[in-house]
Write a protein that binds this ligand. Sequence first.
Ligand code: CA
Length: 236
Amino acid sequence: MRKKKKILVVEDEAHLAKGLKFNLEREGYDIVVVDNGQRALDALAKDNFDLVILDLMLPKLGGLEVARQIRAGDIRFPILMLSAKSTDKDREIGLEAGADDYLTKPFHLPELLLRVKGILRRWEWYRQPVLDHEKFHFDSMWIDFSTGQARGQSGEFYLTTKEAQVMKLLVGKKGAVVSREELLEKVWGYDPDTETRTVDNFVARLRKYFEKKPQKPEFIVTVREKGYQFIAKDSA
Ligand code: CA
């Protein structure tokens, strides 16, 4: 039997936390609940989790700060952010801080369960080593897929989780064409509000990091009508 997936629920509204625990356990997950940001970081330091469900508004340490601290060290597990805030800007800030997905309160339970399932499935492949080593070198640059840290054309920085996932998919299949549809399915999970243009926007960002001339890419190239292709010799 496969090991139960372990989920950390960070939520200070007691009745909501209790409801999440009950329903997620019924779906077969192992659940730990904490009610503030500091306890979340403590729990993460002690134990391995497959997913963190993180409320945005928390006492002591807010959800955004928790996400940032998690992402500064390790990106090998996903974060689903919950928030009463619902503007596109809030969503964007949450995703920039390192959340993989964002759900607005009040939400429907089936929707949450679906998101949880989708995120866990998408992360399954990210954690599988597609390369011989986690740190991939090319040209004078590198990407460490275990932490999300990278060296691009203008120095060292951290990729967001989605950026790291896109790069891992392209690098893992280097030399082959990866279609926008495959990128959407693996990284975004066919979210109905995600369009192929989202993929193009991410690729444009990645080119700014890694290409000498983003308008004339030599590593992340467009293959007309087909998708994208990563071209580079592993220089490690
Ligand atoms: Ca709250």
